[in-house]
Design a protein around this ligand. Structure first.
Ligand code: CP
Ligand code: NVA
Length: 307
């Protein structure tokens, strides 16, 4: 099943493919906004497998597939055989014989890789412990909409070096921009876990105020990701000085945009003043999940189509 194209991490696609996908996302978004019917995926079925909670990912994939003329089926661990120990390889064989494309949100990246290795159809990563590529595709599309090309720009990541952070780091290598990361001691980026080729696109800063200085985009995420709830109390203490607040946004500069993949916790990783303030583009960011994922599904199933 080696010829099927999957999207398991950001670096599965190259710069030229992203340029195409961002153009396509723009076109697909315009069609959606002007109520133009566009059904290139008629009769195609997306299966969505969730082993963790979701609002945006489920909504954007399900609505997106329907808007492209196809249908979507939701499976979760609780009421399917997936939660009862059926081997992931067996599940992949069966699910991929009955569908055209699969999206999975799960724990270890290794699980989605085993699924993909046994799938006859494209598999998309809807978040793992290590990565969240669809999120960063949407974030970069949002940045382009607001500020133009991301090449050569600086993204400041303040907080946990989690799945979303790892994906920003991969994206910086693929699309040639810089990431400044500031985490509390003990939570630094692990380059190998992030799947990086080198370290020349990112720099770590002990002080978050240094990381955000002059950044074009400031972003953060929850201090405790899904699956790590047991560490919550300790993390609340360790991350207390890593809240993105008004002072940090002022250090970044007035042209910097603020992003957060959501769901957010006001008063923890971000102040209400920032997420609800004029530099925040979080609602555009959330909406763009829909448009970029429609472009991605179209690309994985049909290849390049005319613009
Ligand atoms: N940002 C994101 O993936 O949100 P959900 O967890 O709601 O899907
Ligand atoms: N880092 C967060 C992202 C949620 C969309 C998590 O994995 O829970």
């Amino acid at each position: 099943m080696g010829t099927v194209k999957h999207y398991l991490q950001f670096k599965d696609l190259g710069r030229e493919e992203y340029d195409y996908l961002f153009d396509r996302s723009r076109r697909i978004k315009d069609m959606f906004k002007s109520y133009q019917q566009y059904w290139p995926l008629t009769d195609r079925t997306l299966v969505m497998i969730f082993e963790k909670a979701s609002t945006r990912t489920r909504l954007s994939f399900e609505a997106g597939m329907q808007q492209l003329g196809g249908s979507a089926i939701y499976l979760n661990t609780r009421d399917s055989q997936l939660g009862r120990g059926e081997p992931v390889e067996d599940a992949a064989q069966v699910i991929s014989r009955m569908s055209d494309i699969v999206m999975i949100r799960t724990f270890e990246q290794e699980i989605i890789e085993r699924f993909a290795a046994n799938s006859r159809v494209p598999v998309i990563n809807g978040l793992t412990n290590e990565y969240h590529p669809c999120q960063i595709m949407a974030d970069i599309f949002t940045f382009i909409e607001h500020r133009g090309p991301i090449q050569g720009k600086t993204v400041a990541w303040v907080g946990d070096s989690n799945n979303v952070c790892n994906t920003w780091l991969q994206a910086a290598e693929v699309l040639d921009f810089n990431v400044h990361v500031s985490t509390p001691p003990g939570y630094e980026v692990e380059a190998e876990r992030a799947g990086l080729y080198g370290t020349d696109h990112f720099e770590q800063f002990a002080d978050p105020m240094d990381a955000v200085k002059g950044a074009d985009l400031v972003t953060t995420d929850v201090w405790t990701s899904m699956g790590f709830e047991a560490e919550n109390e300790e993390r609340m203490r360790d991350f207390a000085d890593w809240q993105v607040d008004g002072e940090m946004m002022r250090a970044a500069g007035k042209d910097a945009v603020f992003m957060h993949c959501l769901p957010a916790h006001r008063g923890e990783e971000v102040s209400a003043e920032v997420i609800d303030g004029p530099q925040s583009v979080v609602w555009d960011e959330a909406e763009n999940r829909l448009h970029v994922q429609k472009a991605l599904m179209e690309y994985l199933l049909l290849g390049r189509v005319g613009n």
